[in-house]
Design a protein around this ligand. Structure first.
Ligand code: NOJ
Length: 449
């Protein structure tokens, strides 16, 4: 039997605004928290900023051309809120909107379906100055932005991811402070930020649906996923994946998806976190729990677990365990068991909105970029994803992270995640070997794997 992915499975690649566009203030754009953060000495690798990035603001047509060269039919990109709403007050910037008009129209003309992320971390600085995600007022600002975008792109964009990884917005931006705006808040304040992201999703979803009843709504989350060492450890993997504790609550999918999809927070033991959760009112939960049309999962790696005496045992990684250039472990099983666990719990259509790796890619003497490690990684991960589909999970598509090398946040340009190499001094793009390989996967609908 030839093994392929489900019939209408979507093959795509992903990016985000601040990471690729550059020129954030051109044509009337406003400052975002990432402009301010990246220009603050000591915050990013070698002081790298997104001032130019891949210059996709001017070179977006080349990006789309590369999607076409790989025979991809979908592009997940994000819009910069600050480019469109420079002061965060609903005084929309026509110059910023015009850029996204050009991008969306070019995708459609190329036969590529746009999947638009509305918030991928670059909050307008003007809103940060009013407290950012700490301020309850942000919820209405985001809902207003969502409503305007849904109206503006009605008939052209159908699929929206409202938030990308709220776990990082809050955990890295306001918890560890390694991302913009670089704050380190204590749990109760952090939880307020968290609640505001959830309320923003809920009100944003409602305003999009009221504006464009055809729109399909999702959210892209990340978090701990576990897979069993042997089939007998399946329950341990489930338990380890869905446990929530005071120390380890943010980087879980269920802290976002339980309230959104199931209308309640996950169980956790009494303690400060539980006190915060219990203070969320029924009315707030009602705002938050807008069932999405699909779920997006950003998945890079997971944990192997075994049944322990009292609780699941996280198996330590052996010396020399396979790792990417960023030292993230290579654990393809997570796209099989991890995704299946999420399917079991939420039973909503799934897109893998991000998956990929950073490699030490260079232009070789022959002028090409050879990246066998990326091919091997993708081969392994996609085989597992195919197995997950065969086991019955409703996975609708896969977006490789990333389309091009880009600005990897506080790591700057030191990490290369793209299928397309970017020579940053010139902006020149080169398809890597993995891009050619990915095209064969797409053409065969996964049967070459
Ligand atoms: C998650 C984020 O959404 C994306 O912006 C980032 O570049 C990748 N993961 C890789 O770290």
């Amino acid at each position: 039997m030839i093994m392929t992915f489900p019939k209408n499975f979507v093959w795509g690649a992903a990016s985000s605004a601040y990471q690729i566009e550059g020129y954030p203030q051109e044509d009337g754009g406003g400052l975002s928290i990432w402009d301010v953060f990246s220009h603050t000495p000591g915050k990013t690798f070698e002081g790298n900023t997104g001032d130019v990035a891949c210059d996709s603001y001017h070179r977006y047509e080349e990006d789309i051309d590369h999607l076409k060269k790989m025979h991809l039919s979908a592009y997940r990109f994000s819009v910069s809120w600050a480019r469109i709403d420079p002061e965060g007050n609903g005084n929309w910037n026509p110059g910023g909107l015009a850029y996204y008009d050009r991008l969306v129209d070019a995708c459609i003309a190329a036969g590529i379906t746009p999947y638009m992320t509305l918030y991928h971390w670059e909050l307008p600085q003007a809103l940060e100055e009013q407290g950012g995600w700490q301020n309850p007022g942000i919820v209405d600002c985001f809902a207003r932005f969502c409503r305007m975008m849904a109206g503006h792109f009605q008939g052209r964009v159908r699929s929206y991811f409202l938030l990308n990884e709220p776990q990082c917005t809050v955990g890295l931006g306001y918890g560890s402070g390694i991302h913009a705006p670089g704050k380190k808040l204590p749990l109760p304040d952090l939880f307020q930020c968290w609640k505001h992201t959830l309320l923003s999703y809920g009100k944003g979803a409602t305003s999009i649906r009221q504006t464009d009843p055809q729109a399909q709504i999702g959210i892209a989350t990340t978090g701990r996923l576990c897979y069993p060492e042997t089939p007998a450890d399946a329950d341990a993997a489930r338990e380890a994946t869905f446990a929530v504790s005071d120390n380890d609550w943010l980087f879980t999918h269920q802290m976002t998806l339980d309230p959104i999809c199931l209308g309640r927070f996950p169980d956790c033991a009494p303690g400060p976190l539980k006190t915060c959760m219990d203070a969320v009112t029924e009315e707030e939960i009602a705002v938050i729990s807008q069932a999405p049309d699909f779920l997006g999962f950003n998945i890079y790696n997971g944990w192997c677990v075994r049944t322990g005496k009292d609780s699941p045992y996280f198996i330590p990684r052996y010396d020399g365990f396979p790792r990417t250039a960023l030292k993230w472990p290579v654990t393809p099983e997570v796209l099989d068991y991890g995704v299946y666990l999420l399917w079991e719990r939420y039973h909503a259509p799934i897109y893998i909105t991000e998956n990929g790796l950073s490699c030490n890619d260079v232009i070789s003497l022959d002028g090409q970029v050879h990246d066998p490690n990326r091919i091997d990684f993708l081969h392994r991960y996609l085989l597992c994803l195919r197995r997950c589909c065969q086991r019955g999970a409703d996975v609708r598509g896969y977006f490789h992270w990333s389309l091009t090398d880009n600005y990897e946040w506080h790591s700057g340009y030191s990490e290369r995640f793209g299928l397309v190499f970017v020579d940053f001094p010139t902006g020149k793009r080169i398809l890597k070997d993995s891009a050619d390989w990915y095209r064969t996967v797409v053409d065969s609908h996964g049967s070459v794997l």
